[in-house]
Design a binder for this molecule. Sequence first.
Ligand code: SAM
Length: 174
Amino acid sequence: QVTVLRLGHRPGRDERMTTHVGLTARALGADKVVLANAARNQADTVIDITDRFGGPFDVASTEKPKRLIRDFEGRVVHLTMYGEPVQDIEGDVREAHTEEPLLVVVGAEKVPFEVYEHADWNVGVTNQPHSEVASLAVFLDRLFEGRELDREWENPERVVVPQETGKRVVDPDE
Ligand code: SAM
């Protein structure tokens, strides 16, 4: 079980990024995203994509993200440019994840220091500044060792048929 927590959403500034954290979490194998202080629109977009392209994938929101981290029953990974290199700790995280749920935390603006303290691992995907969407994607791909790319989706209304050129989307019930 992998849950992604998106911290620090700033209304009006982070809307697309928050939506993209949710969509990336879903597409790359997480089971759930929790959006902190996000507007209903971001959650609705992720729910709508899950309805159309399949699940299972849960979307929730919280007004108390620090409490969620503190009370999480499992291990906590915080993605930050200041953390230990992902390539050094991915084996330990993968091993722990065979037995315990994982919470993967990404930020937006400045992340409170308590998050660094509560995390079991502060993990850098490079120690260069970039983006929560990019770091989440690389981290999940490392965690699942690429198996998420072959995931099957349940109850889709729409299925993309890969094409060398052009677009083909079918309704699997037709
Ligand atoms: N400067 C902010 C801070 O002090 O936490 C971070 C801003 S960054 C635009 C937003 C989020 O992207 C971070 O909270 C982190 O989750 C993620 N991020 C950015 N670069 C990263 C990196 N190299 N490795 C892991 N995560 C990264």
